[in-house]
Design a protein. Structure first.
Ligand SMILES: [Zn+2]
Length: 423
């Protein structure tokens, strides 16, 4: 039981006791007492249900921190899962042999931000088959043995790393349920390839680097941000060499890391990237909400999740020490071969951070632009492109924070454009 449900239970008991005492004073008959109790319980239930729903509803978010040019200002973009299903992979192998052919039309959204983050769902382990055997460089092919894109076993040609880098991505979280799809060696090979390309990774570590952290600290326009990735699980595959950071298992490990990083003088903000939640559910489960709150209370400024294949809402959260933080429960699919509006819709989420003097960073704005896959290509979605996609994303992230694909990011995050539009 978490603190919140304990508080609810205690307040429920206290309320029932108060009602009962009151009824005894009024000398009501037993049936009258019963009907009053049922009535009161219904009222209490409705209040609690409304509170729970309100706590997880999405919609517009605003922040008190001002966008002052005298401070350091940096912008960040985030997308959800990059998951190359078989049909998409075969298409790439038959055409350009660059995965970026799928997402290149959305690069304009990524390049608006100073720093960009994605979840790479699966290893990029050169020549490693599903048994963990090294078959050498078999070339850029789709063979379902070395390189595969089925529901339970993924492995991509490492060109995906240089393609992502060339499209403007700076950091990938590798902690997800497919992290061990090519076993321990798959993680080693993937991280080695990422280093060659110069793209940062978080959430996993090499088997021979037993004391390495699961985070990276980057400096973006003078703001130093620590990114940390974790996953709920690894599809039952055993992490025998302790290479993956878990979100819920051993909570002291992740919470201790967040606390330590957030207190470091050379870190201005901590962003956690959890891979969690129930697939195809738009409402975050209790464990997500509970742990998001724990990460934020431990010192994180933002929690940006993925895994459910569909979008889940964002929500501003004010910590007990008064910090304004943001949780985005799931950014859904960015690249994936799944069907239906909810699974073909993705979102590029943006966060603006400001830093004044030696203070820690603050969020001054959040925004988003929807994306949508048609056939084997992703498209940015603006007004006039796809009403249903706009409505779908607005239901979770509100209408005010939606940024048109062609509009500049910083003025929007700073609020001036929104003010102009409203006049
Ligand atoms: Zn996943």
């Amino acid at each position: 039981m978490n603190l919140k449900s304990f508080t609810v239970l205690v307040s429920k008991k206290a309320a029932s006791r108060a009602v009962f005492v009151q009824f005894r004073r009024q000398r009501l008959s037993p049936p009258q007492v019963l009907s009053r109790i049922i009535y009161m319980k219904t009222i209490i239930f409705l209040i609690l249900t409304w509170g729970a729903l309100a706590a997880q509803a999405g919609g517009d978010v605003t922040f008190n921190a001002v966008c002052d040019n005298r401070n350091s200002l940096a912008t960040f973009s985030f997308v959800g899962d990059v998951l190359i299903h078989k049909a998409l992979y075969q298409r790439v192998a038959a055409e350009t042999k660059h995965f970026s052919q799928i997402w290149r039309k959305t690069d304009v959204l990524i390049n608006k931000a100073d720093f960009s983050v994605a979840n790479l769902e699966g290893p990029a382990a050169l020549g490693i088959d599903s048994q963990g055997r090294d078959r050498g460089d078999v070339g850029f092919i789709y063979d379902d043995k070395v390189y595969s894109g089925t529901n339970f076993l993924f492995n991509y040609h490492p060109r995906i790393l240089s393609d992502l880098k060339a499209s403007g991505y700076d950091l990938l979280t590798m902690a997800n349920n497919h992290a061990l799809d090519r076993q321990s060696i798959g993680i080693d090979k993937t991280l080695w390839a990422a280093r060659q390309v110069g793209i940062l990774t978080v959430g996993t570590r090499m088997s021979q680097e037993r004391n390495a952290g699961f985070h990276q600290i980057v400096s973006v326009r003078g703001i130093r941000v620590a990114f940390l990735g974790c996953t709920e699980m690894t599809n039952g595959k055993n992490d025998s060499k302790d290479q993956v950071l878990f979100c819920y298992k051993n909570p002291e490990r992740i919470l201790g890391t967040i606390k330590e990083l957030s207190q470091r003088p050379d870190v201005d903000a901590v962003v956690v990237l959890p891979h969690w939640g129930v697939e195809y559910q738009h409402v975050p489960e209790a464990q997500q909400r509970n742990f998001a709150q724990k990460y934020l209370e431990a010192g994180a400024i933002a929690v940006v999740g993925s895994h459910p294949h569909v979008l889940q809402p964002w929500q501003k959260y004010v910590t007990r020490d008064g910090r304004e933080t943001l949780v985005i429960y799931s950014l859904g699919n960015f690249v994936a071969g799944q069907g239906g509006l909810a699974r073909k819709t993705g979102t590029v989420a943006y966060i603006g951070l400001s830093k004044e003097g030696s203070q820690k960073a603050k969020i001054f704005g959040a925004a988003y632009t929807p994306t949508y896959r048609r056939d084997a290509e992703l498209f940015p979605i603006g007004l006039g492109d796809a009403k249903d996609v706009i409505q779908h994303t607005a239901a979770l992230y509100g209408a005010q924070g939606r940024l048109e694909p062609s509009a500049p990011l910083l003025p929007f995050l700073c609020g001036s454009q929104r003010l102009t539009e409203n006049q």
